[in-house]
Design a protein around this ligand. Structure first.
Ligand code: HEM
Length: 497
């Protein structure tokens, strides 16, 4: 008994000492600063995977953001990632710091040897290739009259193909994919392809299939557990198909190289080859201008520029068939302002309703719902510690459907982009192209394409459901791939001219 009382003061002082040390640790070791973002508790190995809806992962993340706030952590298998949600937070994290401007490179991208070019590189290679792609896409017409002419010529081709259907129901996917691919091709190769050219047909077909496979649940599973699921057929298919694509592009590049005149470049590939020659002649053999960066930049431009734009345009036509009153208003405005002459980019400011409809199509089409970056260095963001290398998922869809920003977020409502006087109004929460350092390199091209293709098609056709299908039965559900695409469907294009 005595002994115990004698020991008590020393136990107390021990506890006090430990307490003081803990307080010191908390305040001076930065413990409180190293608190990561909140999030669901992860299970060993599988993390939070059981909570994820594979058919619509962005919806799961949006729901979780309501519980945990706009910055939260989520474990994809054993890998912790941080998710940014809601217009304000997504934009803030993308624009206010460079900490999240690196791209995460999933295992499948490494297998497909896409770790060159612009889409999945970081550091000096990315800087040089992005600058090169931006400057040259502008030189070959992006945002200028040259590409406007090319888009209008391509719209004419598309209109002829639609006319050939004679008002019967058909799937718009192929011809629209061809038309959009041809615009990228004009900029990249300096030429377009006929819609029945077998090389072109297989190239576009493969690209569309790859985009779909890339976002499939099986490939996501492989990305999370590469050691366990390397045997998957989908992975082998994807790798094989990318190599075939690369061979085709190599062949096309070879043809351009043989006829290259560095004084008269026909497209982005010619400019690349001319720059490569110039550097080699000056003895610089170690530059970024090598074959891998050329081939993958071409793959990147086709992959990033085709499916996104064509899925948005196809979704737009589907929405017009579903909401005929909105289609009526677009066509009335087109009749009044443009009449039967060819529509031009400069008409856009006189077509506020049509412009609002196109912006609203982009919002609900939600072509790229998420984009995956990586934390470049140990970072404190919004009071949370985020470790270097942590994948950072930006939920672009949460800005497009943000309940604090849009009057009717889940309704197709062109009024979101019109003021009280019926004039077009910009909305900051429309972020389909992302923002910050990695923002879409083809935004101005995509915007011009969407306007000219959509307006020209609506000038020439009325889009209606196939016979026997009611407007309300048209299915707006989308398929989750690398981009969101409309479920396969048919429409009738009834000539208005
Ligand atoms: C409606 C059409 C389009 C949409 C919605 C779209 C959207 C996006 C998004 C969300 C990103 C990722 C940005 C990020 O990671 O933060 C991106 C990247 C990119 N886009 Fe687009 N895009 C479209 C059309 C195009 C077109 C037509 C081109 C060019 C032909 C293009 C070229 C690129 C490139 C090269 C990148 C990679 C940029 C980088 O990592 O630095 N895109 N796009």
């Amino acid at each position: 008994m005595e002994n115990f009382f004698l020991q008590f003061p020393s136990t107390t002082s021990l506890l006090v000492t430990v307490g003081i040390l803990l307080v010191f640790y908390v305040f001076f070791s930065g413990f409180n600063q190293r608190k990561g973002p909140p999030g669901p508790w992860p299970l060993p190995l599988i993390g939070n995977l059981l909570q994820l809806d594979p058919k619509s992962p962005h919806t799961t993340f949006y729901q979780l953001s309501k519980k945990y706030g706009p910055v939260f952590s989520f474990h994809i298998g054993p890998q912790k990632m941080v998710v940014f949600a809601g217009h304000k937070m997504v934009k803030h994290a993308l624009v206010s710091t460079d900490a999240f401007s690196e791209k995460e490179v999933p295992p499948i991208i490494k297998d497909m040897k896409l770790t060159h070019g612009v889409g999945f590189t970081n550091g000096d290679t990315w800087k040089e290739m992005r600058q090169f792609a931006l400057t040259n896409m502008k030189d070959f017409g992006m945002g200028k009259t040259i590409i406007e002419e090319k888009i209008l010529e391509e719209s004419q081709q598309l209109i002829e193909v639609f006319m050939e259907e004679n008002g019967k129901a058909f799937d718009t996917a192929r011809p629209i994919n061809y038309a959009i691919s041809n615009i990228v091709s004009s900029i990249v190769f300096g030429n377009r392809f006929e819609y029945d050219d077998p090389v072109f047909v297989s190239m576009v077909g493969r690209a569309a299939k790859n985009t779909h496979l890339m976002g499939s649940a099986l490939i996501q599973l492989y990305n999370i557990f590469p050691r366990l699921f390397g045997w998957l057929q989908a992975r082998k298919q994807l790798v094989e198909s990318t190599f075939v694509n690369r061979r085709h592009i190599k062949q096309l590049v070879k043809g351009l190289q043989e006829t290259l005149n560095p004084q008269m470049c026909r497209g982005v590939v010619d400019s690349f080859l001319a720059r490569k020659m110039q550097l080699e002649e000056s003895g610089n053999l170690n530059s970024h201008y090598n074959e891998d960066n050329l081939l993958v930049t071409v793959v990147n431009l086709f992959a990033a520029g085709t499916d996104t734009t064509s899925a948005t345009l196809r979704y737009g036509l589907l929405l017009m068939a579903k909401y005929p009153k909105i289609q009526d208003k677009v066509q009335d405005e087109m009749n009044r302002v443009v009449g039967s002459r060819q529509v031009r980019v400069e008409d856009r400011k006189k077509l506020p309703y049509t412009d609002a409809v196109i912006h609203e199509i982009q919002r609900v089409a939600n072509a790229v719902p998420t984009t995956l970056h990586r934390t470049a260095e140990d970072t404190i963001f919004q009071g949370y510690f985020i470790k270097k290398g942590t994948p950072a998922l930006f939920l672009l869809s949460s800005a497009l459907f943000d309940e604090d920003e849009w009057e009717t977020p889940h309704v197709f409502n062109p009024g979101h982009f019109l003021n009280k006087e019926g004039k077009f109004r910009k909305r900051d929460a429309l972020l389909p192209f992302s923002a910050g350092a990695r923002t879409c390199a083809g935004e101005s091209l995509a915007r011009m394409e969407l306007f000219l293709f959509f307006a020209s098609l609506l000038q020439h056709f009325r889009f209606v459901p196939p016979p026997g299908v009611k407007e309300e039965d048209l299915d707006l559900t989308q398929i989750v791939g690398f981009t969101l695409t409309p479920t396969p469907h048919e429409l009738c294009a009834i000539s208005r001219v």
